[in-house]
Design a protein. Structure first.
Length: 122
């Protein structure tokens, strides 16, 4: 295996790991990391790229982006609820006005972004 492929696989795995963490941490975006992983895998390992596309957890992120089908309304609602729940818990734990302000700004911007994404109707 060539060095380029090894490096791309490592970047892809690292990026996918960050994407997985992003599912649970609202300030870490999942989709860009999953898309980066898909790009790295498509160049370095078609087998890994295929596995990622067929993944129960990550395949929909890639499919929605690739085919511009939109995001299901339930996924948008779930993302916004998890986002604000995580941010609210962080605000309670940190208790610093400046950090709370930053979290509110981040939460508001992410909520606006999610709201503007095309909604896929079932």
């Amino acid at each position: 295996m060539r060095l380029k492929n090894i490096v791309l696989i490592i970047i892809g795995i690292f990026s996918l790991s960050l994407g997985a963490v992003g599912i649970f941490l609202p300030v870490l975006p999942t989709t860009p990391f999953v898309l980066l992983s898909a790009g790295c895998f498509s160049i370095s390992s078609p087998k890994l790229a295929d596995s990622l596309m067929k993944s129960k957890y990550f395949g929909s992120y890639i499919e929605n982006y690739r085919y511009k089908t939109g995001v299901p309304r339930s996924a948008k609602i779930r993302a916004i609820v998890f986002l604000w729940t995580g941010l609210f818990i962080s605000m309670l734990l940190i208790k610093k006005v400046m950090i709370i302000g930053i979290l509110i700004i981040i939460g508001t911007l992410v909520t606006i972004h999610l709201s503007k994404l095309k909604t896929r109707e079932k």
